[in-house]
Structure formats: structure tokens, C-alpha cells
Design a protein around this ligand. Structure first.
Ligand code: HXC
Length: 239
């Protein structure tokens, strides 16, 4: 849980550093899925404007790099990461959500990239990832207008994949995490790698990545267990 509720969980250097630490430690754990949410009424209301205000161009560039590296770590995390968006997901908060594999929103969630209203661009990979998730046209409109959208609009444009009633978002994310954990951990991890690595490639390169990973599954116990279970009409028991 992102916990800096007095500042609506705004991302400052300290919080980014702590998240780096946590993700580095968790990388070595045998996790099936990870859920990120925010404490209080916000998921994350952006990068910390108070902290950014006096930055020099070089400091701002370094700050962007810190967030970009963290969010890349989240995107490449070995198991699926689910953003349970409980409230405001603005600027850097929306960018963090975009680096997660799955986004689920509470009915109170609000999304937007308000940066241009502050005289800056998005800086934690939002210009790339927002376009990747909702298409260039929607991304440009959201970024250029700095409009804040509600959860229904976010669902309509494909920014989130599920909506929940107030206060139910972590429960719903947990249900999704449980469904994921019933499947082969390796096959889920390989699928994640295949989707991420092939996304921006042409079909031939994407096919190569996919068939290599598909082939690798056949070196794993899970493939034997999954297929044996199906053929013997029983539930698989993945380790
Ligand atoms: C620092 C923030 C903050 C932020 C909120 N707070 N967002 N502090 N950085 N991004 C603080 C407020 O200053 C206030 O502190 C307290 O949290 C509560 O916020 P309020 O504004 O009083 O709450 P409310 O009226 O409910 O309005 C909620 C809000 C608004 C609509 C989310 O806080 C807001 O517009 N926040 C800024 C959103 C934003 O522009 N985000 C993008 C930042 S740029 P006090 O001390 O007064 O109680 C960015 C760039 C990313 O993210 C890339 C970087 C490289």
C-alpha cells in the first residue's frame, strides 16, 4: 500500500526510493501476483509538486529517470502486478498504474495527466505507456487537455479492465490475483514476458519471441502436470 495520505500519496524522492527497495526485495520472493493500492482517498495524486517546484533541469531529468527506472522494474516484475485504483490516479500516479499489468478501478477513481497545466510534460514514461494502452489519439487528448476522467470513461477507453463499487477494489483485485495463482506460475510469467517483449515488434519478431517461450514451457513440470491433469479429467496441481 502506498502510504502518504496527507499528501494524497504524492511521489517524492523518498517514496520512490522506498518502492525501489521493496520491489528489489520482492523480486526474489516466490510470488504469484502483487497488488498495489493507495491509502486514503487517493491512489497516487502524482509526483510531489512541492518537491519538484525548485528543481533545476538536471535535477528534474534525474527525478524522471528515478521514476522511469522504478516503473520499468514494475513492468518487468516476475509476476503480474495489479493496480487496485481506489481514488485519484493523476500524473505520476497514473503512470505508475500504467506500468502495472492489470488496472482495476473503484467507482471513485479519477484519472488524468495534469502535467501540461503545471508547465511540464509527463516524465515517468506516461507519453509512451499511455499511448500503448489507449492508443495515440486518446493519449494525446488526455495529455494535451489535462482532463480528469472518471472510472466509466477510463473503462470505455480501455485504461482499466474492471470497475468495482466503492471500497471493493482490493477485494476484486484479490479475486483476480487468486484466479492467476490457480494457473502455472511459469506459464503466466512467460506470457507476461511474451506480451511485453512483442508488443512493439512486428509480427515476425513477436512470433519468434512467442514460440521460444512456448517451447520453453515444455521443459517445465507445469506443462506435464497441466496436460496430464486435463487428459485425466482432474484439477492440475501446480507447484
Ligand atoms: C504534492 C499534493 C499533490 C501533489 C495533492 N497534494 N496532490 N502535494 N504533490 N501531486 C497535497 C495538497 O497540496 C494538500 O496538501 C493535500 O495533498 C490534499 O490535497 P487537496 O488539494 O487539499 O485535496 P482535494 O481538494 O481533494 O484535491 C485533490 C486533487 C488535488 C484534485 C487530487 O490535490 C490536485 O489537483 N493535486 C495535484 C494533482 C497533480 O497535478 N498531479 C500531477 C503532478 S505532476 P495540504 O498541505 O494543503 O493539506 C506529475 C509529474 C510526473 O505527476 C512525472 C515526474 C517526472
Amino acid at each position: 500500500m502506498i502510504s502518504r495520505p496527507k499528501a494524497l500519496n504524492a511521489l517524492n524522492h523518498k517514496l520512490l526510493y522506498e518502492l525501489q527497495q521493496i520491489f528489489s526485495e520482492l523480486e526474489n520472493e516466490k510470488l504469484r501476483a502483487l497488488i498495489i493500492t493507495g491509502e486514503g482517498k487517493a491512489f497516487i495524486a502524482g509526483a510531489d509538486v512541492q518537491e519538484m517546484r525548485g528543481m533545476t533541469p538536471q535535477q528534474a531529468r534525474d527525478f524522471a529517470l528515478t521514476g522511469q527506472s522504478l516503473f520499468k522494474k514494475i513492468e518487468q516484475f516476475p509476476c503480474p502486478v495489479i493496480a487496485a485504483i481506489n481514488g485519484y490516479a493523476l500524473g505520476g500516479g497514473m503512470e505508475l498504474a500504467l506500468s502495472c499489468d492489470i488496472r482495476i478501478a473503484d467507482e471513485n477513481a479519477k484519472f488524468g495527466q495534469p502535467e501540461v497545466g503545471l508547465g511540464i510534460t509527463p516524465g515517468f514514461s506516461g507519453t509512451h505507456r499511455l499511448a500503448k494502452h489507449v492508443g495515440i489519439s486518446q493519449a494525446k487528448e488526455l495529455i494535451f487537455t489535462a482532463e480528469i476522467i472518471n472510472c466509466e470513461k477510463a473503462y470505455e477507453i480501455g485504461l482499466v479492465s474492471r470497475l468495482t463499487s466503492e471500497g471493493m477494489v482490493v477485494e476484486e483485485a484479490t479475486k483476480v490475483a487468486k484466479k492467476i495463482s490457480n494457473n502455472s506460475k511459469t506459464a503466466v510469467a512467460y506470457s507476461k514476458i511474451s506480451i511485453e517483449k512483442s508488443h512493439m515488434q512486428n509480427l515476425d519478431t513477436a512470433n519468434l519471441i512467442e514460440r521460444d517461450l512456448f517451447g520453453l514451457c515444455f521443459a517445465e513440470e507445469d506443462q506435464k502436470e497441466g496436460m496430464d491433469a486435463f487428459l485425466n479429467k482432474r484439477k492440475p496441481n501446480f507447484k
